[in-house]
Design a protein around this ligand. Sequence first.
Ligand code: AKB
Length: 312
Amino acid sequence: MEKVLVTGASGQLGSELVAALREKYGVMQVISSDIKETNDDPNFLMLDILNKTRLREIVVEHKVTQVYHLAAILSASGEWDPKKTWNVNLNGLLSILNLGRDGLINKIFFPSTIAVHGPHTPKQDTPQFTDFTPSTVYGISKVTGELWCNYYHQRYGVDVRSIRYPGIISWKTKPHGGTTDYAVEIFYDAIEKGTYECFLKEDTMLPMMYIDDAINGTIQLMDADKEKLSLRTSYNLAAVSFTPKQISDLIKQKMDNFSISYKPDFRQAIADSWSQTIDDNYARKDWNWNPKYDLEDIVETMLKNLNIKLNG
Ligand code: AKB
């Protein structure tokens, strides 16, 4: 019987991953944890990922078998405090990997990101193996994290699996501190204000993915036969790529009065350093990755669900 611990569980990805894992394993088999208290979760534990002793205690006490380690500081917020970002993103991961090395847990999931790419990486169809010279501390921490995952797998046999997520679009929990966050904010502002001021230029193309695809892909990778996995750094994963103008044009088709303006800030340089489209052949070949949502599906699903959430 699996017992799963999810760190960073209150975040955009965590909140929906916990729900999906609970459908699969049962509510009491999946412990959600985060640095902040939450009161509406029957199986929640407060955990600062830098507290190694508490982490180990939880794993031993609850006989945890798998950890989905989502706790991290993202690309834009990371730039405000590089040292803290490095500490949280890297030392948190090392504590989890050590639990795998010591035989306390059987499987680990580590989320990586398109932020591992940098200004010298080819922007179109970015290959699995390419230049990794990111310009953000978040990107640096994630490339290093990938290398540690690979090292722990090769040296200690730790079963650690990872995906390089693009920007994730969802309506249940808002993202915080990322460069791709505009692609969620735009829907909130369209519904609440009828207008959106975008912090990226209109022609900034970035890879994105709807949350259901991200969750399904994650669980698919974690369920995959380990003999089929040829990569223990992190898998490139693609779904859609679009610009602020393209998504706003589709929103306008559904909301006549919607308008958008552009006021690029420091996040523009981050976005400019990332890939635009991704080659995810390894994921397709090794574990049959196949996303379902295109941009039109995303716009329709987001507007429908957010309208209900915000307007009842
Ligand atoms: C961010 O924008 O920082 C994240 C990411 C692409 O990893 N959404």
